[in-house]
Design a protein around this ligand. Structure first.
Ligand code: NCD
Length: 394
């Protein structure tokens, strides 16, 4: 990516050094990678999302939400296919009164006239107050954040950048919504006023069960090597104490956990283990019966080379498919997540599973809208005004 050559030195630094530049006075300036999602920030964003969904239940609350960022405009620059991420960001903008515009097909923009991507981005920043972007190019969003920082240093107009998926590398806002879904699942309705906590009853069967994301075993199944949602969420979860991360994939180098990520997760303190079946033996019992949360993924065929395509055709994928029998053997409270889309041919989660109360993937998608709205509130520093509106409405 020649036009970004001037950012190479910045790209090649340790992540902590980079992330200092993506924040300002304890708040995010850009969101580029999952390492920015610290436990404190996650907690703040989840509480903000809770306030937004509470306000959205009433007409008055909705009016308050709609006026919150009504003076802002967002550019959705999505040059890679997207349904949920695009629509949930758009819905999040609409909830908060932001006006949105979109470029999805670079053929309709001046890139066909050989405009550089950097010029396109700078133009977007002239008209809009935030750029939400998805690209198949790994470091593109990160380079855009550096470009904005450079403009800011020159006292020129600069806006926040949100990475909504970059190559097979990172998808931090998906990790955010996955975390939000897991956090709510492991709340066991403890903080809900209308429902009684399920925890005492569950403890009769699972005496060691504690609320929260800590002290849990998470299994990721499917395309571990190329699933950017797996990479981002695993890094977020590895920050919490007592977390085990089980990676379940076919024995193929493209699908398995890569060494770099394995090392990062271990360094963060997680117990990392790898398996080749949902039925693999873990201390004398099948894995599927012992995990606290299952994160299913699709085989990312768009990244296949011709030879990989042929090799994958020969693989038996049944050990990585979630059958109803497997669901019935899971722990009663263990949520099943999937970033979606699911593959309707490989059928990693058959539709029969959808009615099981553990199936969270549709709720997960809706959670994406609330938590992405919370992220926008955070980036525009509107949390105080939001919480004022929330208290006034109660
Ligand atoms: C994921 C993505 O684009 O990385 N989808 C999403 O954002 N919900 C997962 C996928 O495409 O498999």
């Amino acid at each position: 990516m020649d036009e970004f050559a001037s950012f190479n030195a910045q790209l090649n630094r340790p992540i902590d050094a980079k992330n200092v530049e993506f924040q300002r006075m304890g708040r995010l300036k850009h969101i580029i990678n999952a390492a920015q999602l610290t436990p404190e920030l996650l907690q703040t964003l989840c509480r903000t999302a809770d306030s937004i969904r509470r306000l959205a239940k009433t007409r008055r609350g909705n009016e308050a939400l709609k006026s919150l960022l009504a003076d802002k405009r967002a550019m959705l620059y999505f040059t890679q296919p997207s349904t949920r991420t695009f629509l949930s960001f758009m819905a999040a903008c609409q909830i908060l009164g932001l006006t949105c515009n979109e470029v999805r097909d670079p053929k309709t923009s001046s890139e066909v006239k050989r405009e550089s991507r950097t010029d396109s981005i700078r133009m977007f920043s002239s008209y809009f107050d935030i750029i939400i972007m998805r690209s198949q190019i790994k470091d593109f969003a990160e380079c855009c954040a550096y470009l904005m920082n450079r403009l800011e240093e020159q006292e020129k107009r600069s806006v926040p950048v949100i990475n909504a998926g970059s190559g097979s590398d990172e998808h931090p806002t998906q990790a955010l919504l996955d975390y939000y879904t897991i956090d709510r699942s492991f709340d066991f309705d403890e903080h809900s006023h209308s429902v009684e906590s399920r925890l005492p009853a569950l403890r009769a069967t699972y005496p060691d069960l504690v609320p929260g994301v800590e002290h849990k075993t998470y299994a990721f199944c499917g395309d571990i090597g190329r699933g950017r949602t797996v990479r981002s969420l695993a890094r977020v979860l590895a920050q919490f104490p007592g977390v085990s991360l089980f990676f379940v994939s076919a024995d193929h180098p493209d699908l398995m956990l890569d060494d770099q990520l394995r090392q990062k997760l271990k360094r963060a303190g997680a117990n990392v283990q790898e398996f080749h079946s949902l039925e693999a033996d873990v201390n004398g019992r099948p894995l599927i019966e012992q995990i606290d949360c299952l994160y299913m993924t699709r085989i990312q065929r768009e990244h296949n080379s011709e030879s990989t395509e042929e090799e994958l055709k020969q693989l038996d994928l049944s050990p990585f498919r979630l059958t109803l029998d497997r669901v019935h053997r899971m722990k009663e409270y263990a949520p099943i997540l999937h970033p979606f889309p699911r593959d309707s041919v490989i059928d990693e989660i058959p539709i029969e599973v959808d009615n099981d109360p553990r199936a969270m993937y549709f709720r997960q998608a809706r959670n994406g809208m609330w938590i992405r709205a919370a992220l926008l509130v955070h980036l525009f520093d509107a949390a105080d005004r939001l919480h004022e509106a929330d208290s006034a409405a109660r």
